[in-house]
Design a protein around this ligand. Structure first.
Ligand code: EPU
Length: 435
C-alpha cells in the first residue's frame, strides 16, 4: 500500500515501527532545486547524553532521526524532562535519577555508550549494557574503558553488562592508541568534573567533537584543543545552562552532493560547511565531477564522463569512512577501474553485494575493493545492511533504470533526516511502502 509524506515517516521514526520497511525509487529522474542539510547525527548523539551534565540546556537544529529518538527514550527513562519545539530540544535534568541502562535501551544505537562517560561524571556510577549501531566491524570500546580506569574508575563486566564506578575521578594524561571518536567523547565527558587536569593525546579532531566542546564550554566546562589532536579538560565542580546549534551533517551533505553529481541539474545542497568536506571534494575534483562551492552551498550538475580514482579512508581530515559506501556508487559511473581501501572498519563493504545485483562489477579483496566502471544499473529488490550502505543503495536507485525496492530501511532512518521529502522536493520519484 502506498504511503506518502512526512507524517508517515515521522511516525515511523518516533515509534520505530517495523511494519513499513520499504522505500521504492524509480530511477533516472533529473534532480534540481534545493536540499537543506540537517544537523549532524554524530554531533547530536553526543550532545544529547552530554546535556545531563548540566541542568537546563537547549540544543538547536536537532535532526529528525531515530537515533535521536532512541536517546530521548533513555533520557525519559532516567527521569529527564525533554521538550521539542521544531528542531530545538530543551533538556532539563534537574530531576534526573541514575538507573541501569539495560539492553532494551542500549542496543538501539551506538551512542548509548556515551552514557558511560556522562553518568560516571555525574553520579560516579553507571550500569549499562552493550551498545548497538551498525554492524560494520569489531567496534570495540576498550580505549573508553581504559580511559575511565586512568581517571580512577573501576570497570566490572558481567556478560553484556558493564558496571563502572569511582569514589572520585582524578585528571590524568591519556594517550589513545588510535584517534577514536567515541573514546575522545566518552573520556571528555567523564573528565568534565574530575579533579585537576585531564589531557587526551592522539584525540580525534572530527568537527562533531568541536561541536561538543563548544557546548560543554557554553555550560561552564573548561575544555581546550577544539579541532586539534590534544584535548585538555580542566575539571570544574558543576555545569549550568548551555546552548548549542548542531553543526550541519557533513555525511548527509556528501550523500546529496553525490546524488547531484550523478543526477543533478543545478541541484543546490544548502547549509553545508564545505571546510569539513575537503578530502571528499578533492576526490570529486580528481574524478572531474561538476560542483561549485558558493558560501555554504554546493551546486551540483551531472557530467557524462568521470575519471576513475583511488581512495583510502582515514580519520579526519582524511576521506571519511562514512562516505566510503556512498561514493562507491559514483565510482560505478567512472570510465575505468577505481580502487577503494577501507582502513577504519573491517566489514564496511556490505553494500557491494546489492550493487552487484543491480548490475555493478565490484570485487572485494581484503580491505580493498575494485570498482569496474562504467556501469548501467538496473532496478532490483535490495536490502539495507547498515546506514551508509543504505545511502549507497538510495544513490544507486536514483540512477538505475526502472524501479528499485530497498528493504530494511530502519538503518537509513537512524541517520537521514526527512530523506523522502528532501528527495521528492527536488524531483526524485521515491516513496515509502508497506510490506
Ligand atoms: N576502536 C577500538 N577501540 C576503541 C574504540 C575504537 O579498537 O576503544 C576502533 C574501532 O573498532 C574502529 C575504529 O577504532 O575500527 C574507529 O572507531 P571510532 O571510535 O573512531 O568510531 P566510533 O566512535 O565508533 C564514530 C561515528 C561513526 C564513524 C566513526 C569514524 C558516532 C556515533 N559514530 O564511530 O559513524 O564512522 O566515528 O568517523 O559518532 C556513521 O555515522 O555511519 C558511523 C558509523
Amino acid at each position: 500500500m502506498l504511503q506518502s509524506g512526512i507524517i508517515v515517516l515521522e511516525i515511523y521514526v518516533e515509534n520505530g515501527c517495523d511494519y513499513m520497511d520499504m522505500i521504492k525509487v524509480v530511477g533516472g529522474q533529473t534532480l534540481s532545486g534545493k536540499i537543506y542539510i540537517s544537523g549532524s547525527k554524530n554531533s547530536a548523539v553526543s550532545l544529547i547524553p552530554a546535556a545531563i551534565l548540566s541542568d537546563k540546556v537547549v540544543i538547536e537544529k536537532v535532526p529528525k532521526i531515530s537515533d535521536v529518538n532512541s536517546l530521548k527514550e533513555i533520557l525519559e527513562y532516567l527521569n529527564v524532562d525533554l521538550k521539542f519545539d521544531g528542531d530545538k530540544l530543551y533538556i532539563d535534568s534537574t530531576s534526573m535519577v541514575n538507573k541501569d541502562i539495560t539492553n532494551e535501551y542500549s542496543t538501539k544505537l551506538r551512542a548509548s555508550y556515551y552514557f558511560m562517560g556522562a553518568l560516571l561524571a555525574k553520579f560516579k556510577k553507571v550500569v549499562i549494557s552493550l551498545p548497538g549501531g551498525c554492524s560494520i566491524g569489531k567496534r570495540s570500546f576498550d580505549f573508553h574503558l581504559n580511559g575511565f580506569e586512568r581517571l580512577g574508575a573501576k570497570v566490572n563486566n558481567d556478560g553484556d553488562l558493564y558496571t563502572i564506578s569511582a569514589n572520585k575521578l582524578v585528571g590524568a594524561n591519556i594517550k589513545l592508541p588510535f584517534p577514536s571518536v567515541g573514546a575522545t567523547v566518552n573520556i571528555m565527558l567523564a573528565a568534565v568534573f574530575a579533579e585537576g587536569v585531564t589531557t587526551i593525546e592522539n584525540a580525534a579532531s572530527e568537527p562533531e567533537i568541536g561541536n561538543l566542546i563548544e557546548f560543554l564550554n557554553s555550560a561552564g566546562a573548561k575544555i581546550s584543543g577544539k579541532d586539534t589532536t590534544k584535548v585538555t579538560i580542566i575539571g570544574v565542580s558543576n555545569l549550568s545552562g548551555g546552548k548549542v546549534k548542531v553543526i550541519p551533517d557533513r555525511i548527509e551533505a556528501g550523500t546529496y552532493i553525490l546524488a547531484g553529481v550523478m543526477n543533478g541539474e543545478n541541484l543546490e545542497i544548502c547549509d553545508v560547511r564545505p571546510d569539513n568536506l575537503t578530502s571528499f571534494f578533492d576526490k570529486l575534483r580528481e574524478m572531474g565531477a561538476s560542483f561549485e562551492i558558493k558560501g555554504n552551498s554546493v551546486i551540483t550538475n551531472k557530467v557524462e564522463h568521470l575519471k576513475p580514482v583511488s581512495i583510502e579512508t582515514a580519520v579526519y581530515p582524511g576521506f571519511a569512512t562514512d562516505l566510503q559506501q556512498p561514493i562507491t556508487t559514483l565510482l560505478l559511473m567512472a570510465d575505468g577501474v577505481s580502487t577503494l581501501r577501507e582502513t577504519i572498519y573491517e566489514n564496511r563493504f556490505q553494500n557491494t553485494k546489492y550493487l552487484n545485483e543491480m548490475g555493478a562489477n565490484i570485487e572485494i579483496n581484503g580491505d580493498t575493493i575494485r570498482v569496474y566502471g562504467p556501469t548501467k544499473l538496473k532496478g532490483k529488490v535490495v536490502k539495507t545492511s547498515d546506514l551508509r550502505a543504505g545511502a549507497a543503495l538510495i544513490l544507486a536507485a536514483l540512477s538505475a533504470e526502472g524501479e528499485t525496492t530497498i528493504t530494511d530501511i530502519k538503518h537509513l532512518l537512524r541517520g537521514y533526516s526527512d530523506l523522502i521529502n528532501k528527495l521528492t522536493n527536488v524531483g526524485a520519484k521515491i516513496w515509502l511502502e508497506n510490506e
